[in-house]
Design a protein around this ligand. Structure first.
Ligand code: ADP
Ligand code: MG
Length: 853
């Protein structure tokens, strides 16, 4: 590194200065039509983007490694780098190179990180992209979350135990933490600085008006650091920042990562599976705002019955008036991403086409409002009433955009006219001058033909030479003296005249002025949107709610879901309940509905039944119905009463979880332990085959102890599904526990799955039946029956006899003289620790050895 700086060329010096101010960041350094990267950045970009690594001459110093991307194609490269978790600073030339004295001035105009992406096309439309800051250095953790695309800011203070659940809810794209990497200084989290920042930003005397209280200090600190960071990355500022909302403990039901995954709320357990998530079934929204809101609601179910019922009222009114709902949905259908479009406009980034989309969306508002006002029995839902009153049609903004923009504005200003004639006098006048000039030039063709007598004389234009008069060589003799030759082609010569040059200057000057003026007018429109940003955001939020409610109502009616009775009580009663997602995979009426009741008297259900009976389905369906009720949705039941739960835990025994790639028993147990620490009497705990990840005895023992504890100490509603029918004895000791089983019917030695829940435990596990169904060879099934009978009679397997009638020339399986050595190996084998693959390998090897003997 020594002496290098001094020998650098001036451009490299400038590069190094800027680079030093942006550590841990890839620098896209604009040079003409390329963004160049140097040294380590170049090596990294070459590796990640497959670019060619070259080198750049650096005056007296050693050559520097270099990799570049064309500016025109930069977006895609940028997207890939950010998707891989890199931070990229975009450094532009901020003065005209032609006018620059010495090195062109350059500045970083924006830094793009995973949590601060602004390009709409990189982001999922139905999902927020949150940048989340944490202040963990106090008794309660401060959390602040910002979606830079919409300007939404949320503050929250959470107990450390809930932090994981809260982070899972935001699905954060990027975290800001004190003194981590990249480090944020401790002082940045100072709540006092944040208080000043927020009051200044929103022009307030104090934060009381925002509902921020003394207890919220840690969240305030987090917000301060968050905003500082966001502004650092976006030097243009955050003009669209919305007033923060405060989420309080107890507003929202914490859903930990495992529960979210096991219930497949927003992501399928098997990556890429289609139609497996609750969100997919639920989402009938028509706007991106509605889609995002529904996802947020689903990950943040409510707890307070009043708030839940307010939402249910709205859905019910919309279910009740199918016509009104259709009208509303028709109006919503044309609304684009009002929220993000307005955000991009306020940030000075919206293209003319995007402004057009904003205008078109605003023009739908009157239809939406009249549909809302016309809803039958609207007064039964206070939320709908309030929405109708608060409806701002944004008429002024809509009018302005309508007057200003052409019907279909171009994606880029240079592509076509964006501004409607008659809107801006200066623009019109300049265009008239240009058009006059053009007309004059066009008329020149006729006049010059007459003057010279050359009938084929043409006026043309190209970018290099501008306007010219073209004459074929045949007429060269008739060229007047004032024609000045510019270009010679194979068959013709091109000329200019002083008169042509004069008009050309007028036309070209006008073009430049037009482009500048148009840019200025469009920019003014963006500022116009920025001035109204709060109102547009409020309108977007309102449409989002209407969209979600109407979507939920639409679904409820089509699928015959019902309004749950949501109360503060303890009891959970689901009559004829279905699994909303599994039901979809079957023919109508194919899914067997079941009644489930968890009340004080029977708050623990031990659910037994053979594999494939439908235990897991039932267990999840209970969880999903409660969640649906608590987000304010109708539920797939004939009737439902839901006493709200404060937490919902779902755990699935290790081997059902192979997909996660870390299906260790350890994980299963630490998750179970988290439940025992976190659950309260108001919680709902769903345990599916917990204990399966170890040997049978251990498994039964652990399952037994866990259930006892939940029953005796926690006292919460619990469903425990297990194929260990030994556990059914538990209910003899536990007063509030009940046995249920998912019924099967035996027909001869076959079983039929009825998928029907019945009181009482399963008396046996039907494993051999299932084995037979799965295609075990008939002799093996027969022998299994024999072994089972002996086992049930209390014999130890090693001493079992008599064996299968020995086939001639074969060793008997158990005991007997001349026992085959493979049997000893089989005996020593611990099946519980064997992976399926090892088992297969072992089998193949044995088979080979058997064939050799
Ligand atoms: P278990 O957990 O008891 O092994 P699952 O819940 O995984 O069983 O269910 C096995 C299969 O049975 C499911 O994939 C589904 O196709 C079917 N099934 C489960 N419950 C029902 C039901 N109530 N009605 C119809 N089919 C069902
Ligand atoms: Mg199961």
């Amino acid at each position: 590194m020594t002496a290098r700086g001094s020998a650098d060329t001036p451009v490299m010096q400038q590069y190094r200065e800027i680079k030093a101010r942006h550590p841990d960041t890839l620098l896209f350094f604009r040079m003409g039509d390329f963004y160049e990267m140097f040294e380590d950045d170049a090596r990294l970009a070459a590796r990640e983007l497959g670019l060619t690594l070259t080198s750049r001459n650096n005056g007296g110093a050693a050559e520097v490694p270099l990799a570049g991307v064309p500016v025109k194609a930069a977006t895609e490269y940028l997207r890939r780098l950010v998707a891989n978790g890199h931070r990229v600073a975009i450094c532009e030339q901020v003065e005209d190179p032609k006018l620059a004295k010495g090195v062109v001035r350059r500045e970083v105009v924006e830094t793009v990180t995973p949590g601060t992406v602004l390009s709409d096309d990189w982001l999922a439309r139905n999902r927020n992209n949150y940048l989340v800051a944490l202040e963990p250095r106090s008794a309660t953790v401060g959390v602040a979350a910002l979606d830079v695309t919409t300007g939404e800011l949320v503050l929250e203070v959470v107990p450390p135990a809930d932090l994981e659940a809260v982070l899972a809810r935001y699905e954060a794209a990027e975290l800001v933490v004190p003194a981590g990497t990249p480090g944020h200084e401790a002082w940045e989290f100072d709540p006092e600085l944040a208080r000043e920042d927020l009051t200044r930003t929103f022009g307030l005397a104090s934060l009381d008006g925002l509902g921020i209280a003394a207890d919220d200090r840690p969240a305030l600190g987090a917000a301060g650091a968050l905003l500082r960071y966001a502004r650092e990355l976006k030097p243009g500022g955050l003009p669209h920042l919305a007033r923060p909302t405060v989420v309080r403990r107890g507003d929202v039901l914490p859903l930990d990562e495992m529960t979210r995954r096991n219930l497949e709320l927003v992501e399928p357990l098997r990556a890429g599976a289609q139609g497996a998530t609750l969100l997919e079934v639920l989402d009938r929204t028509l706007t991106p705002m509605g889609g995002r809101l529904l996802r947020r609601w689903l990950l943040a179910p409510l707890v307070e019955p009043g708030a839940i019922n307010a939402r249910l009222d709205a859905v019910e009114v919309l279910v009740g008036d199918g016509r009104g709902r259709e009208r509303l949905r028709e109006a919503l259908d044309g609304v684009r991403d009002l929220e993000r479009l307005a955000g991009r406009a306020a940030l000075g980034r919206a293209t003319p086409r995007e402004l057009g989309a904003l205008r078109d969306s605003i023009l739908r508002l009157p239809d939406a409002r009249s549909a809302l006002s016309g809803l039958e029995r609207r007064e039964r839902a206070a939320a709908l009433d309030a929405a109708a009153d608060a409806f701002d049609l944004l008429t002024d903004l809509g009018d302005e955009l309508t007057r200003a923009l052409v019907d279909r504005p171009p994606a880029q200003l240079a592509d076509a006219d964006a501004i409607r004639p008659g809107y801006d006098d200066e623009l019109d006048a300049t265009k008239a001058a240009r058009d006059g000039g053009k007309q004059f030039i066009a008329s020149l063709q006729a006049r010059e033909r007459e003057r010279t007598g050359i009938g084929s004389l043409k006026v043309g234009f190209n970018k290099v030479f501008g306007y010219y008069l073209e004459v074929t060589h045949a007429h060269r003799a008739r060229i007047p003296a004032d024609y000045e030759r510019r270009q010679t082609l194979t068959g013709a010569e091109r000329y200019v005249t002083p008169e042509l040059k004069e008009y050309e200057a007028k036309v070209l000057g006008a073009e430049e002025r037009i482009a500048a003026r148009e840019a200025a007018v469009v920019d003014a429109l963006r500022r116009r949107v920025a001035d109204a940003i709060g109102r547009v955001q409020a309108g977007a939020a309102l449409l989002a709610q209407l969209d979600v409610w109407a979507g939920l109502a639409d679904l409820a009616e089509r699928e015959r879901w019902v309004r749950p009775e949501v109360t503060d009580g303890f009891t959970l009663r689901l009559e004829a309940s279905r699994h909303p997602v599994v039901e979809r995979t079957m023919a109508r009426e194919g899914f067997i509905p079941n009644d489930v009741c968890l009340d004080e008297a029977g708050r623990v259900i031990l659910l037994t039944g053979p594999n494939m009976a439908g235990k897991s389905t039932l267990l999840r369906q209970v969880g999903l119905c409660v969640l649906l009720a608590q987000i304010g949705a109708f539920v797939p039941c004939r009737r439902a009463a839901v006493g709200v739960v404060d937490r919902l835990f779902t755990r699935v025994g290790a081997s059902d979880n192979l997909v996660r790639g870390q299906s260790t028993f350890m994980v299963e147990m630490s998750e179970t332990s988290a439940i025992l620490h976190g659950a309260t009497a108001r919680s709902l705990v769903l345990l599916d085959e917990i204990g399966r990840g170890t040997s049978t005895y251990d498994g039964v023992a652990i399952a037994w102890a866990v259930t006892e504890r939940l029953h005796n100490t926690t006292g919460c509603k619990t469903v425990f599904a297990t194929h260990y029918h030994e556990l059914t004895q538990l209910t003899e000791e536990l007063a509030h526990a009940r046995n249920f089983n998912v019924a099967v019917r035996e027909v001869g030695d076959e079983i039929v799955f009825l998928h029907r829940l019945e009181p009482g435990g399963a008396d046996r596990s039907y494993g051999i039946h299932v084995g037979r169904l799965a295609g075990l060879p008939a002799p093996v099934v027969a022998r299994a029956w024999e072994v089972l009978k002996l086992l049930e009679a209390g014999h130890h397997v090693a001493r079992l006899r008599p064996p299968l009638p020995p086939d001639t020339g074969q060793f008997p399986l158990f005991g007997g003289a001349g026992r085959h050595p493979l049997l000893d190996e089989l005996h020593r084998l611990d099946v519980n620790t064997l992976s399926p693959l090892d088992a297969l390998k072992r089998l193949a090897e044995w088979k080979k050895r058997l064939e050799e003997t």
